[in-house]
Design a protein around this ligand. Sequence first.
Ligand SMILES: Nc1ncnc2c1ncn2[C@H]1C[C@H](O)[C@@H](COP(=O)(O)OP(=O)(O)OP(=O)(O)O)O1
Ligand SMILES: [Mg+2]
Length: 186
Amino acid sequence: MVSKTLTFVTGNKNKLAEVKAMLGKVEGIEIENHDVDLPELQGEPEDICREKTRLAAESIKGPTIVEDTSLCFNALHGLPGPYIKDFLKKLGHEGLNTILAGFEDKSAYSQTIFGYTDGPGHEVHLFPGRCQGRIVPPRGNYFGWDPIFQPDGKEQTFAEMSHEEKNTISHRSRALAGLIQFLQQM
Ligand SMILES: Nc1ncnc2c1ncn2[C@H]1C[C@H](O)[C@@H](COP(=O)(O)OP(=O)(O)OP(=O)(O)O)O1
Ligand SMILES: [Mg+2]
């Protein structure tokens, strides 16, 4: 692969740090950040991510990466999903637990979709990754909804794990693996 500079468009510092930690190890890939909070469509996560990538590329005018993350409750047929950011802001960790109080099924999955395009007018490629788990009362201290998400087979929430451990099992690393494979074949 030829060496390539990609711009990751995100307003989220934690996302940026996680993605840099993972993509930084790949030879020939250089990551720059463009810090804007892009407008997000309503709809299915794939459509939101595709449109977000397209919009980002218009301002970057070159190779662009974006990422959109959902937290999906099975009892709610996948909601809050891509709207988790607003749910978290308004309801907090406790409120998100309360939503599930009336349901026996606390299972959930986190989903990250990376979008990549060579630039404006080029095809948008999507790379999804999921991690199955369940919603628990908050434990630990890290960003977003990490304290209330406990992955299947683990005793700890994402927030209680080391960054390395989270990075090896998370939805984001699974999605990123697909993106890396694609970039290496270019
Ligand atoms: N790996 C993660 N662990 C925990 N929480 C996360 C993670 N990734 C994202 N979140 C949180 C941050 C947001 O509240 C929500 C995802 O919304 P999203 O629109 O994808 O991010 P964002 O608006 O913060 O950044 P961006 O600028 O990339 O859109 O989930
Ligand atoms: Mg956003």
